[in-house]
Write a protein that binds this ligand. Sequence first.
Ligand SMILES: [Zn+2]
Length: 136
Amino acid sequence: MENYEKLLDEAYFKIKPIVSSSGRFEIPKIEGHFEGKKTILTNFLQIVSYVRRTPEHFQKFMLRELAASGQIEGDRLVLNMKVPSAKINQKIEQYVKEFVLCKECGKPDTELTKEDRLSFIHCLACGAKHSVRSKI
Ligand SMILES: [Zn+2]
């Protein structure tokens, strides 16, 4: 039993947001490889857990921004074209800036809410609310 709980603790630890010693929220870098003409992002769902958004939302943003088609397969996001990791990391940062970080206090403890057709980031740390584009 003890071992099992330890495993659970470790699993939990792995999906906790990384906050560096300076308190700044740091996104893990994407990991992946090319397979023929495809790009396989192997830790995509892990990053989704870090930023606490839905895989669907994040995936839609990535595909639109990269002008790629693709799909989630297990934990991985498969892009039907070759995309350099630097470009993917840049888009992930863009997503976090736009849909995760509070514009008031800069913290990542936020939730995405919908009211009518509008989307908002609601900050759980300072209570601020900002509208974000709902069409991505
Ligand atoms: Zn805030």
